[in-house]
Design a protein around this ligand. Structure first.
Ligand SMILES: [Zn+2]
Length: 504
């Protein structure tokens, strides 16, 4: 018997419409672009989604046709030549391959480009057109994906992360590949999709507690009982300004009627959570400072600057929190971060131990925040910017934030880097000599990912009202293209939930 052949490829990036900088091929190269057999080297994708896919293909003795896999940190929309480059490589690999039985695609799902609001839909459409209708396509996504009609019309199977903070990168790869493998073993399933016109800021919810955790558990029970095969509850990345944005439920079941019914039920449950998912009310920066001044627990107060979270595609260049902290430089031990390449160059020129005035911030998105002058800052240390993630998310993976300087203003330690990224990981500070556990106040530029590492070491976590491209007050953000009505901009009713539908 001839072995089955499955092509594997991936392009992963989360776009934020309000970040003015396009993500380039160099940004992807920095994170890793792997072609052909490089994809099979598990050192290149340790614990990542493609690793999970390869495990299933190996177990099923399916021949892997590796095409191209590329990933970048979240940021602005991607440059058009990134998508073109990926598609040229992938399409060539499909055309040059002997007959394929399936294609596995690792995607983010909230990827925009300079010219398209739905890069993942475009990719799947092109793969479908080239591979043909008989080839089984299964795609994996982030929980924050925007699962458009174009995506579901072109993919046979769709699976998304079931955790937030995201801890199941590998597992979603297993699921996507298992669905495909079952189909190739003459055990196909039906996939139902429902759209709910609602978005929520990423700091507002988690799958560790609250309504979304219960909803995930409910779906998991149905899976464990055998009623359904797979489920994904997508809370779309909210800082995507496109016409066809929505949160979606995807249910995979053997029986079409069951898939449709369960998808409609869970969509109603998600709709009911719309107010809760907006999160608890935000606290002002000055209030968080007061809490830190009064805190005697010996553990830090965490000020969540989610608006400037690079993980949510924001720029990491806001010094708004630093500005508010400066008057307390002699009283409070603080850790803050800002992306600022000019300040880094100046620090490297001056050298360790030098004292100077530094202007920090607002270098990437000058419309979103203001620069801040820090008088008499000492260049405490200089670094090449590489560090290992402490985790638990992506534990042990190597990151590079470019040249990094630690500046000290009184008791305030400032991590100044070329690229803010992975700022929710404790190693982002710790690796550069800043110990979060010894601070009174730690500013973390992340939405929810940081909780996995910070919750146990902090006195209190404060979601704070700060400026940035991932502004937590969605109704204050300058959306131009979003659909209407959409919650929380307009109140919606159950009638606005789409009908459950199977497309293939
Ligand atoms: Zn996500």
């Amino acid at each position: 018997m001839q072995t089955k052949r499955v092509l594997v490829c991936g392009l992963v990036q989360e776009s934020n419409s309000f970040n003015p900088t396009l993500a380039t091929l160099e940004d992807f190269a920095e994170y890793g672009i792997y072609e052909g057999n490089e994809i099979l080297d598990t050192d290149n994708n340790r614990g990542a989604t493609i690793d999970g896919m390869l495990k299933v293909l190996a177990d099923e003795k399916i021949t892997v046709v590796p095409a191209v896999s590329m990933r970048s940190i979240s940021g602005g929309p991607v440059a058009d030549d990134v998508v073109e480059w990926f598609l040229n490589k992938t399409i060539a690999a499909i055309e040059q391959s002997a007959k394929l039985d399936g294609v596995l695609v690792s995607l983010h799902g909230a990827t925009m480009s300079a010219s398209s609001g739905d890069v993942c839909g475009d990719i799947l459409e092109k793969i479908r057109q080239t591979a043909g209708e008989d080839v089984v396509i299964s795609a994996s996504f982030d929980l924050h994906a925007n699962i458009t009609e174009k995506i579901i019309k072109n993919a046979d199977y769709v699976s998304g992360y079931q955790t937030y903070p995201h801890l199941d990168h590998y597992e979603v790869g297993l699921r996507a590949a298992q669905l495909l493998a079952a189909h190739l073993n003459d055990n196909p399933a039906k996939v139902a999709r429902v759209e709910i016109p609602m978005i929520a800021p990423a700091h507002g919810y988690t799958t560790t507690k609250g309504g979304l955790a219960k909803l995930m558990a409910r779906a998991e029970n149905m899976k464990n009982s055998g009623k359904i095969i797979d489920y994904s509850i997508f809370q779309v990345q909210p800082w995507l300004d496109t016409q066809d944005m929505s949160s979606t439920i995807i249910i995979t079941a053997k029986d079409e009627e069951i898939a449709l019914t369960v998808a409609a039920e869970l969509a109603k449950d998600e709709f009911d959570l719309r107010h809760e998912l907006l999160g608890t009310p935000l606290i002002e920066i000055s209030e968080v400072i007061k809490k830190a001044l009064n805190n005697k627990s010996g553990k830090p107060v965490v000020l969540v600057d989610s608006a400037d979270s690079p993980n949510a595609g924001a720029c990491g260049d806001s010094a708004a929190v630093l500005e508010a902290l400066l008057p307390y430089r002699s009283e409070l031990k603080c850790a803050v971060a800002v992306t600022d390449s000019a300040a880094i160059d100046k620090a490297f020129e001056l050298g360790v131990g030098a004292t100077a005035d530094f202007t920090l911030g607002a270098t990437i998105a000058p419309k979103l925040s203001n620069p801040v002058v820090v008088k008499n800052a000492v260049v405490k240390s200089l670094h090449d910017g590489t560090f290992y993630m402490y985790g638990p998310q992506e534990r042990g993976q190597l990151r590079n934030i470019g040249k990094t300087a630690v500046l000290q203003a009184g008791n305030i330690l400032i991590n100044v880097s070329y690229h803010g990224k992975c700022e929710g990981d404790i190693a982002f500070y710790r690796s550069f000599g800043i110990e979060p556990e010894l601070c009174d106040l730690v500013c973390v530029k992340a939405c929810t990912s940081f909780r996995a590492g910070y919750e146990s070491i902090s006195a209190e976590i404060c979601n704070t009202n700060t400026p940035g491209a991932a502004g937590p007050v969605l109704t204050d953000m300058p959306y131009e293209k979003r659909p209407k009505p959409m919650f929380p901009f307009e109140e919606i009713t159950e009638e606005h939930i789409s009908e459950a539908k199977c497309y293939r």
